[in-house]
Design a protein around this ligand. Sequence first.
Ligand code: GTP
Ligand code: MG
Length: 454
Amino acid sequence: MAEPDTIAAVGTPPGPSALAVVRLSGVDAFSIVSLLCPGLPENPEPRKAYLTRARDPSSGEGLDRVLVTFFPRPDSYTGEDMAEVSSHGGWLSPNLVLEGCLRAGARRAVEGEFTRRAYLNGKMDLLQVEAVLDLIEGRSRALHETAVHQLERGLSERIGGLREGIVSLEALLVHHLDFPEEDDPPIPLERIRGKASELAEAMDVLLRTAPEGELLRDGALTVLAGRPNSGKSSLFNALIGEERAIVTEIPGTTRDALEATVSLGGYPFRLVDTAGLRETDERVERIGVEVARRYLSGADLILFCVEDNRTLTREEEDFLAGVRETPVLVARTKADLTPDGLEGSKASDGEVRVSVVTGEGLDDLRRSVADVVFSGLVSLGGEVPVLTRRRHTEGIDQAKRELEGFQNALDQGLPAEVAATHLRPAETALEELLGVIPREEILDRLFSEFCIGK
Ligand SMILES: Nc1nc2c(ncn2[C@@H]2O[C@H](COP(=O)(O)OP(=O)(O)OP(=O)(O)O)[C@@H](O)[C@H]2O)c(=O)[nH]1
Ligand SMILES: [Mg+2]
């Protein structure tokens, strides 16, 4: 097979910044950078930074003062020879350095091509590739922590362990089958059954993290709902820390749904401000109320706003009774207007009193929404790796179904050889999760989410 060509890209975002990095990977990485930076020694030391001048390889025109570092294969990110050129940031330097590299023989990288090479060269498995993406794109501490753990092979080791468990189940079964005539085979069936249940339980522990884990990537859809004028838009603005929604004393101010991504208590949320719920003949407002109801039907959490100084109306009670399937948190708004605190307040247990005027209760509310939506993950406290993608859940689900097929076959007294036919597919499902065998369609989908330079 021909050596892959040498790729280059700017690995930092465009625009003014102190520094930017152009990176190269491939057999010619060293020679290309040497053409760009003739002041470099002939045999530069690995991983040592050299301060030197970058020049256009054709015209000799000076481009920038740069810091160059070489990472010889195989101890580099991609597993190939790599070079990094740190230039000044800004609109021009990094691009001029990149263009110089292209003129000296490199090819412009496509999205995720560096990481794709790292994966194909065995520097990381597919779960780690996904972690790289989450690390770059995550906006909440919770996803960030999960991604770091996953990058450090936390999830890979767990899934590798499950795979080994299946393999050892196969080995036990082979032993068992080797002594079919004896009354007391060396491996009793009970031991095999016990091992299978342990494995199934270990899969369940992971699967239980999935519903909340998948929300870590997209954010939990949290809809602010309530009567007109109950303070939804004011609360929306306070939670996102920006005056995005229009606030007035006129009931029926908000018509369009407004959406913002925000981290609350370290967890990610997609917060939606909606039109106040009421019967109305006003055409635009009525459309707004319909939109609100559509959002409510897909919500992971409803943040229901009720002024603190009044009891719930019949309509509000009915509304809450009608959304029992969805978690609801009641925010008792305008708490500054009930200054005698809990005495003047009509709030009951579990409801959070807030005021956007004094800021009272906002931290409580942030913590409470995180606790309600992510209670499982909060209580795990980072002890268990978290499944953050559909792909993970489907893979483990598949493995578990095969394992159950195995258990059922044994329970029904089918021959062990027949039961054993479930084990290889279980193993395959786990191997696919790790990406043991590269599958083009999975890779293409995943790497298209990457930025160039990663
Ligand atoms: N004193 C006080 N007034 C508030 C507070 N929050 C909101 N308000 C006032 O209540 C009125 C309505 O606030 P909005 O945030 O527009 O209420 P809304 O629920 O979005 O209303 P609609 O969009 O009409 O459904 C405005 O006059 C706000 O200034 C608060 O914490 N304290
Ligand atoms: Mg509003």
